[in-house]
Ligand binder design. Structure first.
Ligand SMILES: NC(=O)c1ccc[n+]([C@@H]2O[C@H](COP(=O)([O-])OP(=O)(O)OC[C@H]3O[C@@H](n4cnc5c(N)ncnc54)[C@H](O)[C@@H]3O)[C@@H](O)[C@H]2O)c1
Length: 258
């Protein structure tokens, strides 16, 4: 769901295209579900359907990992989970800080899915002095005055920004200066970062706008269908009872053949 943008070339140094990297978490999520059900192998078609990806694209993506599956058997689920996790750097623990512990930051801190995927929330940081020391998700919130020290002490390389838009660039600059090289930005603003820093932006309103676009198209198609059916209904109604105009099983066809 991330409407992501990274500041890296389209191909990573090991030759895996960014588009493939972006699909790896989708495969991993589908494979983890299979693994939890103790499914030993999966075909490219089944996995592609579970991940919502085209199966030819999946085979191409897996060829970058050196994984070709076995004809007639498919892919070994556990091995693929390991391979993709390793490729995504998930076989190691990633300490993450969240900056801006309001509604969203607190919800993110409380989300159990990060830790289970190797992302440990190492610290929560907020500018509001009244919040300092108060626990959120069992972690005491720390004040932004200590941001640089917190980053260094915890060896943090990934920062999550959940501050208001107006504060995001300044928070980003401080995170980067302190050594953070990957940022997940929830604030509705475009961040400037130096080369070598990756930024991904999550914007749920953009996702909703895309859904609205599809809803509008669906509504347009339905209107067009209704118009077509409505236009066709006149001759059908007029000829009802005329066996020559009925379908093979006696039903009146909804749309008359041209
Ligand atoms: N990307 C999305 O889909 C999405 C969804 C919801 C909200 N948002 C955005 O996330 C951000 C947070 O939303 P919210 O509802 O949690 O807001 P909020 O007002 O509840 O929380 C913001 C928090 O940031 C803190 N803060 C302000 N300036 C700071 C600074 N310089 N350094 C550290 N902390 C600072 C505030 O003290 C507050 O606790 C907003 O920018 C909002 O637009 C994005």
């Amino acid at each position: 769901m991330a409407t992501g943008r990274t500041h890296r070339p389209a191909t990573r140094s090991r030759g895996i295209p960014e588009a493939t990297v972006a699909r790896l978490p989708l495969y991993l999520r589908a494979l983890t579900a299979l693994s939890e059900r103790s499914v030993p192998t999966v075909s490219s078609e089944e996995l592609a359907a579970a991940a919502g990806v085209n199966s030819a694209k999946l085979r191409k993506d897996f060829s970058y990992l050196g994984s070709y599956g076995t004809r007639g058997v498919g892919y070994d689920v556990e091995y693929l989970v390991y391979q993709i996790s390793r490729e995504l750097g998930l076989t190691q623990d990633w300490p993450v800080v969240i900056v801006g512990i309001g509604n969203l930051g607190a919800a993110l801190a409380n989300y159990g899915g990060f830790a289970s995927r190797g992302f440990r929330v190492a610290a929560l940081i907020d500018a509001d002095p009244a919040m300092a020391g108060k626990p959120v998700a069992g972690i005491p919130v720390q004040h932004t005055d200590d941001l640089e020290k917190i980053i260094r002490d915890n060896g943090v390389s990934i920062g999550v920004i959940a501050t208001p838009a107006g504060a995001a660039q300044q928070v980003c600059d401080r995170l980067v200066a302190a050594g953070v090289t990957s940022i997940l930005n929830f604030a509705p603003t475009v961040l400037s970062v130096p080369d070598g820093v990756d930024v991904r932006k999550v914007d749920l309103s953009i996702e909703l706008q895309i859904l609205a676009f599809h809803e509008q198209r669906k509504a347009g198609e339905e209107t067009a269908m209704e118009t077509a059916v409505g236009d066709a209904a006149l001759p059908v109604a007029a000829t009802r009872g005329d066996s020559t105009e009925q379908g093979p099983d006696g039903d009146v066809p909804a749309v008359m053949p041209a």
